[in-house]
Design a binder for this molecule. Structure first.
Ligand code: C2E
Ligand code: MG
Ligand code: MG
Length: 713
């Protein structure tokens, strides 16, 4: 070593340096090593003084131990290295002028005191730290609690104040919490609701998917669902709600609760039901109305192929008379009573009664055996009407006509079924009423086409849809063709060729028969003229034309005039024309009716009494009529088809023929279909014949050919 020997201060510093180097690595201080050394220096001095003090002061050691803790030397290793350092160097650097043994003892006691001070300081410090943590935790807790409280309060306010019902349940369905609105809706106290389980709320009106959706939600497969649901309130009344149920998940996304929001829709629903009731019921009788009935019928008709339905369509007989004679108020009371009685007739499941309007009612039956039940239903209705109904002190007898339609679902529309029932009801009415009739598809079809034909008739003539076929009239004596009967046909755009039986009655009904008849007359007379022109000069004279006259035409004022004009215009002689009038039209005819016919006969036109034998006319009357030909009805010829012919029939025909001849009337027979008939009729003395045996009605050219064959053959 060179220079001045170290002073005590230098040695003290050297001790502090050694100490700090030993301990610094195991401290948790944030200061640098020189800073740490500077911090240890006063401690070293304290130890040095205590080492050399006259009396031993343990507190100095304790203070240094505590100061170590203060300087972040809290690791037990720091204490251990400190004690090693003190033990090895304190006496060496700080105890030069003293007894070595005493100094070493004093150093050991200092080390004990330092350890004790260190331990105590460390304990206190740990406690203080724990305290601080606890305090901080406590403070933190307070802040969180306040925040939670605020959220909770907000939630509570929403929950309790909400106008819609809110309920929370666990996933097992136990009700945990419900709000005021929900309690009010159920008319319940909270405990009453909270002891319940969601699954208790099954209601018979639950939609089929209700509980499937619920199961999906509580098993976590679905987040929410929405439906209309009914509940029973505490008092047993029904509560209808719009219900939304949502799944609540915890922080980890696991399903935890279910939340139900429900809106009370009971009143709205009642109002809707009320409105619907009014829209579907008859105000007078309270019975379902036409709208409701159509809905039901359509449902029954779309119920599937194997299902059937039965329907009774009732119309009261003579209700109009009641209304007219007793007034509408009485009529209304009668209808109400009838409605009540009908209602009592259809009480079985699948049966219903409705009022269609006026005095028309319907009863519907569905079920496995409607073929039987619909008849029974109709019988019950007829029976229910038997007892007189007392209105204003009068006993009124009410009768009804019923049309029954029964059949499989899925074939006809509701409108078709009802129309069929209506048609059938009219059939019952026109058969005298107070009865029921079963729908007959063929009769229906005829009635339906009849309706269609009637509406199409007026335009058919303008559109040229009519044409005429001619059927030859053959002389029975020599077999020659003497003329032909004109028979009108309608070539209908949809139905094809229609025979006159299908449309002549309609044409008579609508008055179209007059222009149509005039058209037929004109066409036929022109045709006769054409035959004459081609066939002229033959020995047998011109072909004559027979034209049918309908009874309506007889009474038409223009008949004579029109006929004369047509004959003049075409240049056909009156004796080439024969007008056929059906026998029934002339039965009991007065002179006014016969006058035009007489005028025509006077001009030389032949008048034939058509369909003779069907009208039971008084034979003695024949003399009075301006007729020159009798056309024996087909029924006479038909009876001759049997072989041998009924001798009585033969006698009748023979009698008619001789009577006719005695009155100077020619006799024509219709419907001759066989040669045998023709021969028989010839023997009986008939003059002319008409029938399929000779020719079916056909186009005019064919007749001309037939006549030519005769003339040349
Ligand atoms: P109608 O005057 O007695 O005519 C005879 C009917 O018997 C015709 O029927 C004819 O086709 C049918 N007939 C002829 N030969 C035979 C036969 O051998 N066997 C059978 N089973 N039937 C035979 P269509 O043409 O159907 O006429 C029916 C009725 O329509 C006529 O009966 C007539 O009353 C009426 N009619 C036809 N054309 C006219 C017309 O232009 N005006 C008026 N008002 N009525 C007409
Ligand atoms: Mg005729
Ligand atoms: Mg006839």
């Amino acid at each position: 070593m060179s220079g001045e020997p170290d002073g005590p201060e230098d040695r003290l510093r050297r001790f502090a340096t050694i100490w700090s180097r030993a301990v610094y690595p195991v401290t948790s201080t944030s200061s640098t090593r020189p800073e740490f050394e500077a911090c240890l220096l006063p401690l070293a001095r304290r130890l040095s003084e205590a080492l050399r003090a006259r009396s031993f002061d343990a507190d100095a050691g304790k203070a240094v131990g505590a100061a170590l803790v203060e300087a972040h030397c809290t690791d037990p290793e720091a204490l251990s290295r400190t004690l090693d350092c003190v033990d090895a160097y304190l006496v060496l650097y700080c105890g030069e002028d003293g007894d070595r043994e005493d100094l070493r003892a004093r150093s050991a006691r200092l080390q004990h005191a330092m350890a004790a001070g260190f331990a105590q300081a460390l304990r206190e410090r740990t406690l203080a730290e724990q305290e601080a943590i606890a305090q901080a935790a406590l403070e933190a807790q307070g802040v969180v609690a306040q925040a939670l409280h605020d959220t909770e309060a907000r939630f509570r306010a929403v929950f309790e104040g909400a106008a819609i019902g809110i309920g929370i349940a666990d996933l097992e369905g136990n009700i945990l919490q419900v709000n005021n609105a929900l309690r009010r809706m159920f008319g319940l106290s909270e405990p009453g609701l909270r002891s319940r389980n969601v699954r208790d709320w099954v209601h018979p009106d639950d939609a089929p998917q209700t509980w499937r959706l619920y199961d999906e939600l509580v098993s976590g497969e679905r987040e929410h669902y929405h439906l209309e649901k009914a509940f029973y309130r505490q008092d047993g009344t029904v509560l209808w709600t719009n219900l939304t149920v949502s799944l609540l998940r915890d922080a980890d996304g696991e399903p935890q609760y279910q939340l139900a929001l429900m809106e009370d829709t009971t009143e709205r629903r009642l109002l809707n039901l009320r409105l619907r009731y009014e829209a579907t019921h008859d105000a007078l009788t309270g019975l379902p109305n036409r709208t409701f009935f159509f809905e039901r019928l359509e449902k029954a008709l779309s119920a599937g192929k194997d299902r059937r339905f039965g329907l009774c369509y009732l119309d009261l007989d003579g209700f109009k008379t009641v209304n007219d004679s007793l007034g509408h108020a009485a009529g209304d009371r009668l209808l109400v009573e009838v409605a009540d009685r009908l209602q009592a007739c259809a009480t079985a499941p699948g049966e219903m009664v409705a009022r269609l309007g006026g005095d028309e009612f319907v009863a519907l039956t569905t079920g496995p055996d409607t073929q039987r039940t619909v008849d029974e239903l109709a019988a019950r209705i007829m029976n229910a009407l038997l007892a007189p109904i007392s209105v204003d002190g009068r006993e009124l007898t009410v009768r009804g006509s019923i049309g029954i339609v029964e059949g499989p679902a899925g074939e006809r529309s509701a409108a078709e079924v009802l129309r069929s029932a209506d048609i059938t009801m009219y059939r019952a009415k026109s058969a005298g009423g107070n009865r029921f009739e079963l729908a007959d598809p063929e009769a229906d079809a005829r009635a339906i086409t009849r309706h269609g034909l009637t509406t199409a008739l007026p335009t058919a003539l303008d559109r040229g849809e009519f044409f005429i076929e001619y059927q030859p009239l053959v002389h029975l004596g020599d077999g020659s063709v003497r003329g032909a009967e004109a028979l009108v046909r309608w070539l209908h755009p949809q139905h094809g060729v229609l025979s006159p039986d299908r449309f002549i009655p309609l044409a008579e009904h609508t008055g179209l028969i007059v222009p149509l008849g005039r058209w037929v007359l004109e066409q036929s007379v022109r045709q006769a003229r054409e035959w004459r022109d081609r066939h002229g000069g033959e020995a047998l004279g011109p072909l004559r034309i027979n034209v049918n006259l309908s009874p309506c035409q007889l009474t038409h004022p223009g008949l004579v005039q029109d006929t004369v004009e047509i004959l003049e215009r075409t240049g056909v002689a009156p004796d080439s024309l024969c007008l056929e009038v059906t026998e029934s039209a002339l039965i009991g005819a007065d002179d006014d009716l016969l006058k035009p016919l007489r005028r025509l006969a006077e001009m030389g036109i032949d008048i034939a009494l058509d369909d003779f034998g069907t009208g039971y006319s008084n034979l003695a009357n024949l003399r009075r009529l301006p007729v020159s030909v009798l056309k024996l009805d087909r029924s006479f010829t038909q009876s001759m088809q049997r072989f041998p012919a009924d001798p009585v029939d033969l006698k009748i025909v023979e009698g008619i023929v001789s009577l006719a001849h005695s009155l100077d009337l020619a006799v024509t027979v219709e419907g001759v279909e066989t040669g045998a008939q023709a021969e028989q009729l010839r023997i009986l003395g008939c003059d002319t014949a008409q029938g399929w045996y000779y020719a079916r009605p056909g186009p005019p050219d064919r007749l001309h050919e037939l006549a030519l064959v005769d003339a040349t053959g």
